[in-house]
Design a protein around this ligand. Structure first.
Ligand SMILES: *Cc1c(COP(=O)(O)O)cnc(C)c1O
Length: 394
């Protein structure tokens, strides 16, 4: 026996109920797809799988865009591809900034040497149509960026007014749909988003590793006429288009991840988009009813909430780290805390994708109740009972 064989221990990841901002729970069918035999990145079978992925992504994105693909990499790769391909040193970028991920886009644009202007709102608020329009018409940028589902705060930002104003000044719109895709309607074409990207592990219920992306014909034209040299080879969308359309080698894409994404998208198609969005909205509402019954407060005002990502304020005198540790240790439930100005002030609870179920809402409310009680927080009334009444229409 060699030393390696003697010391290697089997892998035993713990089972976690993933109720944070992502990754979300993965269905067994998706894990089974991952275990299928790998084919080469230029195998005709893989291109069939990629065509299926493209068709399904078009339907979830609500788009007929020909340039629709899945990048190798996580949501951040989607963001980076959007920025490096469409933002050059001479581009003026207008960022609607109200959270961590909008600021990450701004940071990437600055790294391209671009000029960045911001319209800011406190973390947890959204942009009214009028204010967004006034900002864009005044600044006349070349690119406008906004985050559709801001996972750092739990705000859902409608995009139609932003896109209309942007197009009026000839700007392209980058819309971050990382948490919204597959969880809430995205409607890329109807909204007017030119470059929308997402990830595999939040609303789509796949494992992390791929970044769906879709580009409007107008943005493809800009890509073909771009004047700056794209500093990334890996994320160059024209090279990736040649791979997806022309079977031309660019990088060794992971067949396993494509299988998994195809399966996850198949599950979404079987459920139906409307049914999925209704399920996710309803479980979000039940959770809010339960959390409020316990005496907790939501961070985001009604009307601005992102159903898959529930930002709950940490009550005065309660330690959010201890709360999260209690949930993880006693119930195996993962939720995360806040970033930046919201650090220590909110819990970020994901009720998304396959994880959005009535059972999971109950487990969460029970777990939270026990964790809060352990810290001496006076829980007002049982959250599960309130959620049950909501589900049963009482
Ligand atoms: C998660 C997330 C990202 C980054 O995605 P990764 O998969 O973590 O790289 C970007 N934007 C938003 C809104 C997100 O929620």
């Amino acid at each position: 026996m060699d030393a390696m064989a003697a010391t290697h221990s089997p892998l035993h990841p713990p089972f976690r109920l993933l109720m944070g901002p992502g990754p979300s729970p993965v269905e067994p069918r998706v894990y089974e797809a991952l275990a299928q035999p790998v084919v080469g990145h230029l195998d005709p079978y893989l291109f069939e799988v990629m065509r299926d992925i493209r068709d399904s992504l078009c339907s979830v994105f609500g788009s007929t865009n020909e340039m629709t693909l899945a990048l190798s990499g996580t949501g951040t790769a989607g963001m980076e591809a959007a920025v490096v391909n469409f933002v050059g040193p001479d581009t003026k970028v207008a960022v609607l900034s109200n959270g961590y991920f909008c600021e990450r886009i701004a940071e990437m644009a600055l790294r391209q040497g671009a000029g960045v202007v911001r319209l800011e709102r406190p973390w947890g608020e959204g942009f009214e149509d009028g204010a967004a329009e006034e900002f864009i018409l005044r600044e006349r940028p070349g690119v406008v960026a906004f985050v559709h589902g801001e996972t750092s705060t739990g705000v859902l930002q409608p995009g139609a007014a932003i896109c209309t104003a942007a197009h009026e000044v000839g700007a392209l719109v980058i819309g971050d749909c990382v948490t919204s895709l597959g969880n809430v309607p995205v409607q890329v074409d109807a909204t007017g988003i030119d470059i929308a990207y997402s990830c595999s592990q939040k609303g789509l219920g796949c494992v992390p590793g791929l970044a769906p992306l879709t580009v409007s014909p107008r943005a493809v034209e800009a890509l073909e006429n771009r004047s700056h040299r794209v500093p990334s080879f890996y994320l160059d969308l024209l090279l990736l288009r040649d791979y997806w359309n022309g079977a031309k080698y660019h990088h060794t894409a992971s067949a396993s991840l494509y299988y998994a994404l195809r399966e996850a998208l198949g599950i979404i198609e079987e459920e139906g988009l409307e049914a999925r969005f209704d399920r996710i909205a309803r479980n979000h509402e039940a959770f809010v009813v339960g959390a409020e019954a316990m005496g907790l407060e939501m961070h985001v005002a009604p009307g601005w909430r992102l159903p898959p990502l529930n930002a709950v304020r940490v009550p005065e005198g309660v330690d959010d780290g201890a709360l999260r540790k209690h949930l993880l240790d006693s119930a195996g439930i993962e939720v995360l805390g806040g970033f930046g100005p919201l650090a220590g002030r909110v819990l970020r609870i994901g009720i998304m994708g396959a994880g959005s179920t009535r059972d999971n809402v109950s487990l969460l409310l029970e777990g939270l109740e026990a964790a809060l009680a352990a810290q001496g927080f006076p829980v007002k009334s049982a959250g599960v009972a309130a959620a049950t009444s909501f589900y049963e229409g009482r």
